[in-house]
Design a protein around this ligand. Structure first.
Ligand SMILES: Nc1nc2c(c(=O)[nH]1)N[C@H]1C(S)=C(S)[C@@H](COP(=O)(O)O)O[C@H]1N2
Ligand SMILES: [Mo]
Length: 563
């Protein structure tokens, strides 16, 4: 430090108060994360240290905990994870600050350890590239710099306050304005004062004020800088080009909007969902903490492996091909009986059969191993996409380019298979392979390799736990037997006789089908149940089973009170 006022007092004996100590910890770690986010926003959004660690956490989470998280938080599971991480980080930051009241070392060690966790998480990401190390390393350097800098300012502040409040006559309380009494402190600064008595020099009270101000300045500066860096990083990540690319993806054939006759397809007026799910309400499930930001310009999908001719197709190549439009109900294997992880949309895309025929799939190929831009994988049976169903590489959903969070610019959709074995979003690679050769993301975690959607039905009204007026009560909901079709839905109260429900118009065997009926309910508590039968005559399985490994079974049962 060049001037004496910068370093007025020794800090060796000082001890930080808990509050400034905790503040240093919070700001050190906060600044690290903010710089990490900013650098990631500039280079590659998914390399943000928070997202990298969150992603690694998701990959390592045991199945039971993941199932519990989805059951508890549903589509907000990622928000819950980030919230949990924030709480843990705040605790770690405060504790490491409090552990550093005498020395900066404990906090510095914590910052380095967090940096190591971020770097190892980044390297463990399936789509890792060396550039993804820049953000966590920048975070580490920024964290260390801010931590040591603020800690030093806090120590000076503490030392200055000790000096200012020390009892009269103690060496450090001596006024440096009076060199004659300044015999005890013996530090370099005081020495210089002795040599230059004309220089204005604040006394301990004045220098405590200056040290306080400098710490305050440091704290506000770091807080403002970190806040700005975090906001800029988020903004850069969110405007990674995907939304802009989507906006200019080009007019869809036939103009906007799905061409499908919706008349009589639902009983929405009586409480079922609308037959078509608006994109904004379509359920969303994926492992991506940061939605991959792809653009149509840079997009290619490679089709290779057990084929005669490898294909590499750009977005324009795909758009120039024969496109088909089909309504398809998508379902998540994690959907509990009665759950809401099911939605229906009209998808537009290139028939998978066309692409596979052009590539020349070898007879030994059993499985399509699909990879997403973020490294997620699905494994789809070749047989299922070769039987004439509307399996496709979708480019549009409900008459709009695919929403970014639903896989823009290209995803796979296969009617009748759960999403985890068929619905690869942000699709960049398809390798024809065998079941023995390839194990998909969820199969590695104990889920099935093959998973056709199980026939299911759900009561939407009356809601479970609700009260209804005794007498004739409207009961309505949805049923699905994808790629077979719903032939019949039956409802009963209190384990009594099954009663046929009225079915809405059948638009496609690949979509859900709405139903409604009326039941006579006397005052009191009632258990309502529903079951569906498919066109092959198979009635949905009564035995309740877990969602893992290949989808829940059982009859949706709701308890209501008639009053
Ligand atoms: N890239 C990627 N694709 C993915 C997933 C994922 O985690 N990452 N999840 C799959 C699962 S489990 C389901 S149920 C569907 C959900 O598709 P949606 O979010 O468009 O409803 O996407 C599938 N495709
Ligand atoms: Mo899923």
């Amino acid at each position: 430090m060049p001037t004496s006022t910068d370093d007025p007092l020794p800090t060796t004996a000082a001890r930080l108060d808990p509050r400034p100590a905790a503040l240093c910890g919070l700001l050190g770690i906060g600044a690290a994360l903010a710089v990490g986010d900013l650098v990631a926003g500039l280079l590659s959004p998914a390399s943000s240290p928070v997202l990298a660690v969150g992603g690694q956490f998701i990959r390592l989470t045991p199945e039971w905990l993941k199932a519990l998280a989805i059951a508890t938080f549903g589509v907000y599971d990622k928000l819950a994870l980030l919230g949990g991480m924030a709480v843990v980080l705040v605790i770690v930051a405060v504790v490491s600050g409090l552990a550093s009241r005498r020395s900066a070392a404990p906090g510095a060690i914590v910052v380095v350890l967090l940096g190591v966790v971020a770097v190892t998480s980044a390297t463990a990401a399936p789509a890792f590239s060396v550039a993804d190390l820049v953000a966590p390393l920048a975070a580490l350097v920024a964290g260390l710099a801010v931590w040591t800098g603020l800690h030093r300012l806090a120590m000076r502040r503490a030392a200055a306050i000790v000096a200012a409040t020390a009892p009269e006559g103690s060496p450090s309380a001596a006024s440096t304005d009076d060199p004659a009494t300044d015999t005890g402190s013996g530090d370099g600064a005081a020495g210089r004062v002795v040599e230059q008595p004309t220089v204005h020099r604040a006394g301990p009270v004045g220098s405590a004020g200056a040290a306080r101000r400098r710490f305050l300045l440091g704290v506000t500066g770091v807080a403002a800088g970190a806040g700005a860096a975090a906001v800029a990083g988020r903004w850069l990540a969110a405007t990674g080009g995907a939304e802009a690319s989507r906006a200019s993806a080009g007019a869809l054939p036939g103009g906007p909007g799905p061409r499908v006759d919706l008349t009589g397809a639902d009983f929405a007026a009586q409480g079922t969902p609308t037959w078509l799910t608006p994109n904004s309400a379509f359920y969303r499930i994926d492992t991506a903490l940061q939605v991959p930001q792809l653009t149509t310009r840079d997009y290619t999908v490679r089709i290779h492996g057990l084929v005669d001719r490898e294909l590499r197709l750009s977005y324009d190549d795909l758009r120039a091909r024969r496109l088909v439009e089909a309504p398809i109900t998508m379902t998540c294997v994690s959907n509990e009986v009665g759950g809401s992880l099911i939605s229906n949309a009209v998808f537009l895309g290139v028939p998978l059969a066309d692409l596979l025929a052009e590539a020349g799939v070898r007879p030994v190929a059993e499985q399509i191993a699909s990879t997403s831009a973020d490294g997620f994988t699905t494994g789809t049976p070749v047989a299922a996409v070769s039987d004439g169903r509307a399996a496709m590489l979708a480019v549009a959903m409900n008459g709009e380019p695919l929403p970014v969070e639903h896989g823009f610019p290209v995803r796979m959709v296969v009617p009748g298979l759960y999403g985890f074995v068929s619905g690869c979003k942000w699709l960049t690679d398809m390798e024809l392979t065998t079941f023995a050769e390839f194990t998909s993301y969820w199969e590695q975690r104990g889920w099935a390799a093959q998973a056709p959607v199980k026939t299911q039905s759900r009561v939407d009204v009356p809601r479970a736990g609700s009260s209804v007026l005794a007498g004739r009560v409207t009961v309505a909901g949805v049923a699905w037997a994808q790629h077979t079709g719903v032939a019949r839905v039956e409802v009963r109260a209190d384990g009594g006789a099954w009663q046929d429900a009225e079915l809405a118009r059948d638009v496609s065997i690949d979509t859900w089908r709405m139903w409604r009926t009326e039941l006579d309910l006397a005052p009191g508590a009632h258990r309502l149940q529903v079951r569906a039968t498919d066109r092959g005559g198979d009635t949905q399985v009564a035995t309740p089973t877990l969602t893992i490994p290949d989808g829940a079974t059982g009859w949706h049962t709701v308890e209501v009170t008639a009053i």
